[in-house]
Design a protein around this ligand. Structure first.
Ligand code: MN3
Length: 210
């Protein structure tokens, strides 16, 4: 992930929002951004550090390692570490995947999208319908699979696509805390607003790393 340096290993620091709280107005409102980042993400970060504190042999492990090596985590704290490391990992993709300066994908990513989905517009339509279909709390992702093909995948709660062997490009958080204050229960209008601030440069950077 391109933001690896901000959170290499224990103690993990709160991932800094790459723009001002109000930068995504009117699509994503300031209060939602403040609560989402300063409370939700901070809580995952603090709880991850608390769960790791007694596990000194894990203090040099990256976020990526922690979410991908469930079987190497101590049984007693496994659930806490996975849930909170996933919470941090997923939110970094979500926050870094939005920007006040948006553009459509170009270059290699645009080509791959046309090849897999037909066009950017068709990907948007499919992504939107899948995001509406996520039942309960979770995320919808655009990822690259091991064969190098683009795929749309759902993850539930704080599961990560990385732990399933996918390379993530971007995600939308469809937990209600991501949109309820402005969009209430209207997830469809939230998805449209999220697409209006999608950071395709970030997706392209992740695609080029694959
Ligand atoms: Mn969230």
């Amino acid at each position: 992930m391109s933001n690896k340096n901000n959170c290499m290993s224990y103690p993990f620091s709160l991932f800094p929002l790459p723009y001002a709280y109000n930068a995504l107005e009117p699509h994503i409102d300031t209060l939602t951004m403040k609560i989402h980042h300063d409370r939700h993400l901070k809580t995952y970060t603090d709880k991850l550090n608390a769960a790791l504190e007694p596990c000194t042999h894990l203090h040099n492990k990256t976020l990526e390692w922690l979410v991908c090596n469930a079987n190497s985590l101590p049984t007693k704290s496994r659930k806490d570490i996975l849930h909170n490391a996933g919470g941090v990992y997923n939110h970094i993709y979500y926050f870094a995947g939005m920007s006040p300066k948006t553009c459509k994908p170009s270059g290699k990513l645009a080509k791959a999208i046309d090849c897999e989905f037909g066009s950017w517009e068709k990907l948007v339509a499919k992504f939107k319908s899948c995001a509406l279909d996520v039942f309960g709390s979770g995320y919808l992702w655009l990822v690259v699979n091991k064969q190098g093909n683009l795929r749309i995948v759902k993850t539930h709660n704080q599961e990560t696509p990385l732990s399933r062997g996918f390379c993530p490009l971007f995600c939308i958080d469809v937990w209600e805390h991501a949109y309820y204050l402005k969009h209430y229960n209207d997830r469809a209008s939230y998805i449209d607003d999220w697409f209006a601030v999608l950071n395709c440069d970030f997706a392209q950077k992740n695609f080029s790393l694959f």
